[in-house]
Design a protein around this ligand. Sequence first.
Ligand SMILES: O=P(O)(O)OC[C@H]1O[C@](O)(CO)[C@@H](O)[C@@H]1O
Length: 407
Amino acid sequence: MLKFDYPKNPEQFNMVEVPDMKHYVDCSMDELFAIQQVAEEIRENANVLLVIGVGGSFLGARAVIDALTPYFRTNNGVEVIYAGNNMSGAYLKQLITYLENKSVYVNVVSKSGSTMEPALAFRIVKEYMENRYGTEASNRILVTTDAHKGILKQMAEQCGYRQFVIPTEVGGRYSVFTAAGLLPIAASGIDIQAFLDGAKNAESDFDNVDIQSNAAYQYALARFDLYSRGYSLELLASFEPRLRKLHEWWKQLFGESEGKEHKGLYPTTVTFSTDLHAIGQFIQEGSRILFETLIHFDEIEEDIEVPFMLNDLDGLNYLAGRSMNEINATSKDGVVLAHEEGGVPVMKICIPKLDAYHVGYLMFFFMKACVISANLLEVNPFDQPGVEAYKKKMLELLKENVVNIHE
Ligand SMILES: O=P(O)(O)OC[C@H]1O[C@](O)(CO)[C@@H](O)[C@@H]1O
């Protein structure tokens, strides 16, 4: 299904463990039904769903929603917007103004229940919802968190919010196939059954140690090979602007899973052709530290033809009748030729169609490849001890300021 071009012979590597990841796509029928019911309720009663979360607790949902909903909003359906992923006072202030006159539901998502950004945003939004909706607020606030522990769990119990679960054994950046991703995705009108089917099929396709047939294993090995040969940066590139948030999700997945013990490729992303006019110069002729991984969807539903122009004033009549998607695909082939010529190794991940099924398939592919890749590097793919460092310093400073304020 997934066509993967990798530039070398993988048999030279030692085999590593290919972990069983079934529980990452293991949403029960009851849970799925509950998610679909609430999503329907939101679609009936709201025009805005505010998702409060940071990192893995919103990036997966946002990646899928952006990839599969129109570029320009129509007035139909629920608009999914986000908060709790930054600490900007201006953002929150403007958000509260934006919510006025709209029918609002809130989904606060935090596995630990205590991450500062979503916790602060939720405090502000909770007050807003209570002032605006009174006792009905508790029906409009949905909590997605650990099944057993955490401050958010306690708040949900005390305030009577409906709860959805991120299983204890599923870490934030791997949680898109749990309620953390599925609830906002379903509320936006995307077929979550198809999304899960794609992931489940990927799970079974990549659950083997046969390098020749396991594309996730091949991708992990190709990256590891390039890393071992001195490349320090992987540039994930695609040609469809609506995949930008999928890039962000990928960046967290690989960055948090691999960047430890002073090891790992630096994951970064570009959207072509936009970024060819910004960072294209560096890719073609700058320091030879990077390789590229291109994502290409063979079929994208909507398209438009280049019209014929009388007198050919802009000199583009040689393209008349050709479709924009076809021209975009040709630009991809041009990029591969030019960048390879410039000394940049290029891998291609080709997906038949940009739809819910294939996005689910692709995301699971990356999750599986990421765990295999971290195993090759001999680092733990599931922890993120380095993230704690800034949190600790920030807390020390905030608490210091509290003392100063009270002095
Ligand atoms: O869901 P939580 O516990 O709020 O965590 C959000 C994000 O913060 C991190 O823990 C990093 O601080 C990520 O790993 C995680 O996805």
